[in-house]
Design a protein around this ligand. Structure first.
Ligand code: FAD
Length: 472
């Protein structure tokens, strides 16, 4: 007989949405369990997403800089080699220490961790089919949170083997540097992984159907600017390009593409083809249909504004439901969903979720783009400050990019901030704070920022939006 365990809250999925919800629920005094089938906690983000990609991005940038950028700093370096095995080991080390860390946090907070696949038997019961180290069980729960995440969207007709034709998962673990790499999709994942392999020596061509790169949310001016910068670094872009097919042919992959404007077709060759056309919600093995959970045409589990499904005690968060597929968005929802259970209210400000592209320089943005505001018919003013005029950027010999403020024409309230710069991902947090507190550009312009720092460019761009900058 299967053992039956009772819990106040059971969470299915141990990614950023699920594990954060589990810890918060336990902290609020609930008898909490989390079911995860991967064998490691942290989900896509820690295992095959944010964390391994940032390890590779950081270390390949370091390598690239040592190779190209030391002389003018007065450093003579010779014989710089890449050791791909050790590069991948360094990535694994970061991943393992972080996934292990969540397991410790589960113990510390007394979250029961079931290693296995969780599937619905009925509205209050979940069956755990164990993986190694797990136990078979039936979980009875008063409340359930589904956080099963997402998986790469397949490209119709292109078969993934994770060796020659790969998803982001394969791109994080290639054991040989491809001579030529083609990437379908100039979104965040395509640009980040394209940058990694380009820095390691691959000739990278990015194929993008739309005329612009960067994907949803990126301001048009910023997208154009980062495209130029990445092109200078060696990435080749074919925008307005429709991929028709991709097939392995011996050691090569042949990719047939069509120019969207002229209709001209050509066949490209690459050693590796990375398919990075987005991600789709993941519900396989959840048995959601047994309890009639609704799925929309994009495969997302349908919820209301309190994360509730048609069964009010079952909530859904993260990539498997609506909204941007980002780890920090999933985490915010994890907290809010648990707070709804505890207090009847919770809060996520969907107008204030930052996006970051971790190339070099980075791109960070939050709030509205110029395109958003034009579409909504809202009058705005723009203030910009280039890093070339920032003292710290100059000392760092790292002056590409700018900070761009978009403020309401009348009230001068900050509506959006868009940054290209080497630490844009960190700097964008200040913009998030400003938007959350309804700051005006003048509010920021009057805050003392340390000198010499890159964040002075942030303050100066705010000044430029409603008055004049000092240093430009
Ligand atoms: P997931 O992280 O996908 O976790 C879901 C978990 O549920 C998985 O571990 C899965 O095994 C488990 N699961 C599924 N079904 C079941 C079941 N039935 N029973 C038990 N367990 C189950 N986001 C950022 O914010 N910043 C970044 O820099 C960033 N970089 C990325 C880079 C790459 C290459 C990729 C692929 C993604 C990146 N993302 C990034 C996106 C980020 O990884 C996701 O938005 C985030 O992981 C979503 O969290 P989640 O908890 O909703 O789902």
């Amino acid at each position: 007989r299967l053992s039956t365990k009772e819990h106040d809250i059971v969470i299915i999925g141990g990614g950023p949405g699920g594990y954060v919800a589990a810890i918060k629920a336990a902290q609020l005094g609930y008898n909490t369990a989390c079911v995860e089938k991967r064998g490691k906690l942290g989900g896509t983000c820690l295992n095959v997403g944010c964390i391994p990609s940032k390890s590779l991005l950081n270390n390949t940038q370091f390598y690239h800089q040592i190779k190209t950028d030391t002389k003018e700093r007065g450093i003579e370096v010779s014989d710089v080699q890449i050791n791909l095995g050790n590069l991948l080991k360094s990535k694994e080390k970061a991943v393992n220490s972080l996934t292990g860390g969540i397991e410790m946090l589960f113990k510390k907070n007394k979250v029961t961790y079931y290693k296995g696949n969780g599937s619905f038997i009925d509205e209050h019961s979940i069956k755990v089919d164990p993986i190694e180290g797990g136990e078979e069980a039936i979980l009875k729960a008063k409340n359930i949170i589904v956080a099963t995440g997402s998986e790469p969207t397949p490209f119709p007709g292109i078969e993934i083997d994770e060796k020659q034709i790969i998803t982001s998962t394969g791109a994080l673990s290639l054991t040989k540097i491809p001579k030529k790499m083609a990437v379908i999709g100039a979104g965040i994942i395509g640009l980040e992984m394209g940058s990694v392999w380009s820095r390691l020596g691959s000739e990278v061509t990015v194929l993008e159907y739309s005329p612009v790169i960067g994907g949803a949310g990126m301001d048009g001016e910023v997208a154009k600017s980062i495209q130029k910068i990445l092109k200078k670094q060696g990435l080749d872009f074919k925008t307005n390009t429709k991929v028709l097919s991709g097939k392995v042919d011996g050691d090569l992959v042949k990719i047939e593409v069509e120019d969207v404007k002229s209709g001209k077709k050509e066949v490209l060759e690459a050693d590796v083809l990375l398919v990075a056309v987005g991600r789709r919600p993941y519900v396989a093995g959840l048995n959601a249909e047994t309890i009639g959970l609704e799925v929309d045409p994009k495969g997302r589990l349908v919820i209301d504004s309190e994360f509730k499904t048609k069964h009010p005690h079952i909530r859904v968060i993260g990539d498997v439901t609506f909204g941007p597929m980002l780890a920090h968005k999933a985490e915010e929802e994890g907290i809010a969903a648990v707070e709804y259970i505890k207090k009847g209210h919770g809060h996520v400000n969907y107008g204030n979720i930052p996006g970051v592209l971790y190339t070099h320089p980075e791109v960070g943005w939050v709030g509205k783009s110029e395109e958003d505001l034009k579409q909504a018919g809202i009058k705005y003013k723009v203030g910009k400050f280039p890093f070339i005029a920032n003292s710290r950027a100059k000392t760092n010999l790292d002056t590409e990019g700018f900070v761009k403020f978009i403020i309401d024409a009348e009230t001068e309230r900050v509506l959006g901030v868009h940054i290209i710069g080497s630490n844009a991902g960190e700097m964008i947090a200040e913009a998030g704070l400003a938007i959350e507190y309804g700051a005006s550009a003048e509010d920021i312009g009057r805050v003392c920022h340390a000198h010499p720092t890159l964040s002075e460019a942030f303050k100066e761009a705010a000044l430029a939006a409603f008055d004049k900058p000092i240093n430009f």
